[in-house]
Design a protein around this ligand. Structure first.
Ligand SMILES: NC(=O)c1ccc[n+]([C@@H]2O[C@H](COP(=O)([O-])OP(=O)(O)OC[C@H]3O[C@@H](n4cnc5c(N)ncnc54)[C@H](OP(=O)(O)O)[C@@H]3O)[C@@H](O)[C@H]2O)c1
Length: 332
């Protein structure tokens, strides 16, 4: 089969579309013929050599995919050859075939196309694992999402809105603010003065009940100061760096909870539990349009380098999808 690997750590020219052996589904795994996959920031880091795949994972890039089940490994139940699925992967998505633990599959709603389906698993399950923790944002609460125009950021805004929360998204790019304002209740472009005062003004002095922090270091002091009493910071990205000064008095004074998490490194059982929890909540909402995943652009797999360039240059609002088999797009 054809697949994209990073032959060595490096720039865009490290990406190679090559012939590799077809994966063979092991016990409890399903073989999926991939119609579309999507680019994540983690793929850029992996290509650069900063984010190796977890032990045992494919060295083919790609953390999510959508397609039809081609074959079942031993001991698989509940799935049938031909089923339309979207998959959360530890790797292997930029390929014509991928083997997936059955617990990491979700059914694709009948009217959803492959492009949208491929954009969902990594961003939405990441956002779900961070939002679906105590306190879960609900009606009337405020959710602040840093890097709100990112794939994960938009998924978090979408889920938070569907939970009934009011949302604020940050972006450093004034050119994205208009689009972000259509997807969040408020869009903020932090200036040199930061975003704390703006968040407090928007929330009537209350602060954000939950912060989806994809930025970390550079934003940390303002993030703590913009979080409401008894609020929670879900730390899931370090786009702004891994180090910050921690004001313990500010954490205590506001009785804040900080929960950090990663998805890719979790064992398959934990991923399966998260996927099942997300699917139980989201399946109807994805089918009826309550949830509205947003794709920035789609490109053929052969243009993977262009896709990586758009993501690494921060030009995207939402996901870039790679179409693996063009004919598949008309085959729902
Ligand atoms: N913990 C987990 O399980 C998990 C899982 C998936 C992803 N993540 C993390 O979530 C983050 C987003 O991933 P993604 O694939 O959704 O990203 P993405 O779609 O590539 O979007 C990233 C956006 O972040 C903004 N950004 C870039 N550098 C920044 C900086 N230094 N400070 C502030 N904002 C910056 C840019 O938007 P603007 O132009 O709007 O500023 C950029 O377009 C990444 O850090 C990723 O590693 C974590």
């Amino acid at each position: 089969m054809r697949a994209v690997v990073a032959a060595r750590p490096g720039g865009l020219d490290a990406l190679q579309l090559v012939e590799v052996p077809d994966p063979v589904p092991g016990p409890g795994e399903v073989l999926v013929r991939v119609r579309a996959t999507a680019v994540n920031r983690a793929d850029i880091l992996q290509r650069l050599g900063h984010y190796p795949p977890p032990p045992g994972a494919s060295d083919v890039l790609g953390l999510e995919a959508a397609g039809r089940i081609e074959a079942l490994g031993p001991g698989v139940d509940g799935w049938t050859v031909g089923d339309r699925v979207m998959a959360l992967l530890a790797g292997g998505g930029y390929a014509e075939l991928v083997a997936v633990p059955q617990g990491q599959l979700m059914p694709v709603p009948e009217d959803m196309d492959w492009v949208i389906a491929a954009s969902i698993p990594e961003a939405y399950v990441t956002a779900w694992q961070a939002l679906n923790q105590d306190p879960v944002p609900g009606s009337g609460s405020w959710v602040l999402v840093h890097a709100g125009a990112s794939g994960v950021g938009l998924a978090a805004l979408d889920i938070a809105r569907a939970l009934g929360a009011r949302t604020i998204g940050t972006t450093r790019s004034p050119g994205k603010a208009g689009e972000l304002a259509d997807l969040a209740d408020r869009a903020l472009v932090p200036g040199p003065e930061g975003f704390r005062d703006a968040v407090l003004t928007i929330t009537g002095g209350h602060g954000a009940d939950v912060v989806m922090d994809l930025v970390g270091g550079a934003y940390w002091a303002d993030t703590v100061a913009a979080t409401a009493v008894d609020g929670r910071i879900a730390l899931i990205g370090l786009l702004g760096g891994p180090r910050a000064e921690l004001d313990l008095a500010a954490l205590m004074g506001r009785r804040l909870t900080v929960r950090a998490s990663t998805l890719r490194a979790r064992p398959p059982e934990q991923k399966a539990a998260l996927v099942a929890s997300f699917a139980a909540w989201a399946s109807t909402r994805l089918a009826d349009g309550t949830l509205r995943p947003r794709v920035h652009d789609l490109l053929p797999l052969s243009r993977v380098a262009d896709a990586h360039r758009m993501v690494q240059d921060n030009r995207t609002v939402g996901k870039i999808v790679l179409v693996v088999t063009d004919d598949g797009l008309v085959d729902r």
